[in-house]
Design a protein around this ligand. Structure first.
Ligand code: ADP
Ligand code: ZN
Ligand code: ZN
Length: 821
């Protein structure tokens, strides 16, 4: 690796570039550029480079001044006609790589559209000798499976690896190769997504010489003369025989056929332009402050607007302001269903200037939308979290709608939070970031409190519509009831009946997540909690114990309630499916629909339900937290919250925050049209501050209490956290490696006084101790300052004393984790 020099001053005959490769490696690698590619190579380009024994996708990061002594390898080719991202975005990607401790090449791979990556794949095949010898030589079940598979033909290495799980042995394969029984070959694979091209026809003949042509040929040229070059497919509309005709005319030199890139169109039918309403005085005030800031350097605003206060209209007008200043706009939305709603609003206002980026698109459509942004053909991009990587050259405004939503957190390989990245990108681009919510994350509200963000409020609903009236039903009154009567209270069922009579819609909310067993005392509603952490315990079925996954505390599952002593600890067993059945039984003629992860798994299913709701083909919608997201449906006048306590008892320090946000958001779905809304909120804890604050729709009351709790217990935003998760099929291996990491961590901490401020929790078995046969352990590290925390984790995982995991054991880092289970 060599020093970087982005602007080599003199022409040189050996042009060198630095490249990040799409592999889990942190290095930058230097390559020579062959003469033929010299003119075209540029920062941001994807290249094919030799790496070890194979070729992989690489990304040009910059030019290098000089190279290490060893013989330099050459770039083999450029993978795209133009750079996929502007050079100006490199510092952003580098920041992500550093902060989230993820190799730059993999950051780029995650950021760019999927399906375009190419790399050599190793193809293994049997030699003639191997075909004879190996069937007797193979010993383990995996070896026998491999020989069996190879006898049917060549096979890719990862497929062979997967054949036998734990038995897999690279050494065995290498030995076979040395003995001449198998051979390995590289073939270039992947890259299945390409820009779409179409055949275009261009006229070549002069009008004067057209006299001699046949009538159909003349007709075709006449169309082209009028319309210019055309796609053959479009020409068919005028001349049905165009395809054949064009081919013959091209052979005679009368037209030219060329392939041109076209975009796959995910937008579908055009949307009729809207008539922007006059902003309310509150909206006007909000706009004045934020709009004037665009184009004048970095600032982040936190827009706190009650549900129904018209935040979308504020976003639209801010976007218009940004466009007027000749800069671009990025809009992030948490879920696809909300994208369609926001997309609609933006397309009605800005038409074809809008590009979409979300997982509902096919890979090809996504690539095309990416290119439209990259080529400067659109000024606004809307999308889910990964749209934060949209390749705008110069960005003026980044809007994050429903900024509190956990959907902004990306799990999986590269773990990031798109809301946090929005602020980082805005800062680097000297742009304005607007984070909007009725129930901001505690983190953002705290940032506003300490002056990092500027807070702007919308206190009132549009048109003086009233906030919904909220009735709290104490569920402990009904604890002697059985079955459905414990939850379908008189207050609720009367409300539903009234609503159905008025031909209005009902939303019933029950947040029952499959893996979280809510441990709630049946007598008093107290959630079972850890004595040392004030965090809910989780039931572990295998060991029949309640455990705290923060500190490792464990107690037998038969324990009594800490508040009232009752031994009737309920694991709440009611879910949306049962609820939907109960309500249908009670109201046989009502049209009941259910919206949860089970009913929306198929592509398009969620949008379908929402459409039916909009068209009033659903009377009662039963749903999980999905229904809480910022949908706008004017005919919902009753919202029933079946059991508000479920999310309170999750084993997470954010349980109170999530509960408040969920309840306030769900309640906010009621009464958004002309008719006033009503909410029946049922709970075992009517006095819990998360619940009383939601009842009063009082964000600040909630914030004041919750922030004290966080400070007292040293949780974010007063500390930062990093979670290290150790997973693998081999349970003993996972535990051993987790322990080794724990020991290394303690040693590091003792050796360096700067680490005294850090707290190491664990290693401990994760609350979800096993997923898909992979055992899970974790280590949580928290500290008041980011620098020491990150230096520590880096040393722990990548430093000289870092323990190397055995093969099959994976270590993942989650910086600022959101899901702690
Ligand atoms: P929020 O996202 O703040 O909950 P929305 O942006 O969904 O609220 O707006 C609520 C409703 O008010 C929408 O139906 C929207 O069209 C309407 N609306 C917003 N601003 C105005 C305005 N200035 N005049 C009239 N109606 C408005
Ligand atoms: Zn109790
Ligand atoms: Zn604990």
């Amino acid at each position: 690796m060599t020093a970087r020099d982005p602007f080599p001053s003199e022409a040189r005959d050996d042009l060198l570039v630095e490249v990040a490769v799409a592999l889990p490696l942190f290095g930058r690698y230097t390559y020579a550029v062959p003469a033929a590619l010299r003119e075209m190579v540029a920062v941001g380009r994807r290249v094919l480079v030799p790496f070890g024994r194979r070729r992989v996708t690489g990304y040009v990061l910059g030019f290098a001044a000089d190279a290490p002594a060893a013989a330099l390898k050459q770039i083999e080719g450029l993978l795209d006609p133009d750079p996929l991202f502007p050079a100006a975005m490199l510092p952003f990607f580098q920041w992500i790589s550093d902060y989230y401790m993820h190799p730059l090449g993999e950051v780029l791979q995650a950021a760019l559209p999927t399906g375009i990556n190419v790399a050599d794949q190793q193809l293994v095949s049997l030699t003639d000798e191997g075909r004879e010898v190996l069937p007797e030589q193979a010993r383990t079940p995996w070896e026998r499976a491999v020989v069996e598979r190879l006898s049917r033909g060549a096979c890719r290495l990862p497929v062979l690896q997967r054949l036998g799980g734990d038995d897999f042995s690279r050494t065995a394969l290498q030995q076979w190769e040395q003995k001449g029984w198998v051979t390995r070959q590289n073939t270039l694979g992947g890259g299945r997504i390409r820009p779409k091209t179409e055949r275009f026809v261009r006229p070549l003949t002069e009008p004067a010489s057209q006299e001699r042509l046949s009538a159909p040929r003349r007709a075709l040229l006449a169309v082209l003369a009028q319309r210019g070059a055309m796609a053959v497919s479009a020409l068919k509309a005028h001349i049905p025989t165009a395809a054949d005709l064009v081919r013959r005319m091209a052979a005679d030199g009368q037209v030219a056929i060329e392939w041109r890139a076209v975009y796959r169109d995910p937008l579908g039918a055009p949307i009729t332009p809207d008539n922007p309403p006059a902003p309310t005085p509150e909206q006007q005030r909000a706009l004045e402050g934020m709009g004037a800031a665009i184009g004048k350097g970095y600032r982040t605003f936190l827009l706190v607007g009650v549900t129904g206060s018209g935040k979308t209209e504020v976003y639209l007008r801010l976007a218009a302001e940004a466009l007027a200043r000749h800069t671009t706009v990025l809009v992030l939305v948490p879920e696809i269903a909300l994208i369609t709603q926001t997309e609609r609003a933006f397309r009605a206002r800005f038409g074809r200037q809008v590009a979409l980026l979300h997982s509902g698109l096919s890979d090809g459509e996504r690539l095309d939308q990416w290119q439209r942004i990259r080529n400067g053909e659109v000024a606004i991009a809307i999308g889910a979290r990964s749209a934060i990587f949209a390749p705008f050259e110069q960005i003026g405004l980044i809007i994050v709608d429903e900024e509190h939503d956990d959907a902004y957190k990306q799990e999986g390989a590269l773990r990031y939070n798109a809301r946090d990245l929005a602020v980082v990108r805005a800062r680097q681009a000297e742009a304005v970031a607007v984070l909007g919510s009725a129930t901001p994350s505690l983190q953002s509200a705290y940032n506003a409190q300490i002056g990092k963000f500027e807070r702007i409020n919308l206190f009132e609903r549009v048109d003086q519509r009233r906030m919904p009236e909220i009735f709290v039903q104490d569920l402990t009154d009904l604890r002697e009831e059985r079955g459905s009567r414990r939850f379908l209270t008189a207050a609720l069922t009367e409300g539903v009946r009234h609503c159905l009579e008025q031909k209005e819609q009902v939303l019933l909310f029950l947040n029952r997540r499959g893996f979280a067993n809510a441990l709630i005392c049946a007598a008093c509603g107290q959630a079972v909690q850890c004595d040392r952490c004030d965090i809910s315990l989780t039931y572990h079925q295998q060991s029949n114990a309640y455990k705290c996954h923060y500190c490792g505390f464990s107690q037998a599952a038969v324990a009594r309630c800490s508040r009232c002593g009752s031994n009737r600890i309920n694991r709440l067993g009611i879910g949306t499916e049962k609820l939907a059945a109960w309500i249908q039984e009670l109201f046989p003629t009502a049209r009941v629909a259910r919206m949860d992860r089970d009913t929306t798994r198929r592509k398009g299913a969620l949008v379908k339900i929402l459409k039916a709701l909009r068209e009033r083909r659903i009377d009662i919608l039963v749903g999980t937290q999905m229904v809480a997201k910022g949908h706008d449906y004017p005919y919902i006048t009753l919202v029933g919250i079946i059991c508000a306590d479920l999310s309170l008892s999750l084993p997470d320090f954010r349980a109170g925050e999530r509960t408040f946000q969920l309840l306030a958001q769900v309640a906010g779905r009621a009464g958004r049209g002309q008719r006033p809304g009503r909410v029946v909120l049922q709970t075992y804890n009517p006095l819990h501050f998360s619940i009383t604050a939601a009842r009063d729709q009082d964000y600040d009351a909630f914030y004041r209490q919750e922030i004290q709790f966080r400070q007292a217990l040293g949780y974010p935003p007063f500390t930062r956290m990093v979670q290290v998760r150790i997973t693998g099929r081999d349970q003993k291996g996972v535990i051993a490696h987790a322990r080794r990491l724990g020991e290394t961590g303690s040693a590091l901490q003792q050796a360096d006084p700067a680490y005294g401020e850090l707290v190491l929790l664990g290693p401990i078995e994760a609350a979800l101790a096993r997923i898909a046969d992979h055992h899970r352990w974790q280590l949580l590290i928290k500290g008041p300052r980011v620098a020491a925390l990150h230096r520590f984790v880096h040393q722990l995982l990548f430093g000289p004393d870092a323990p190397t995991p055995k093969s099959g054991i994976r270590v993942a880092v989650d910086v600022d984790p959101v899901f702690l289970m």
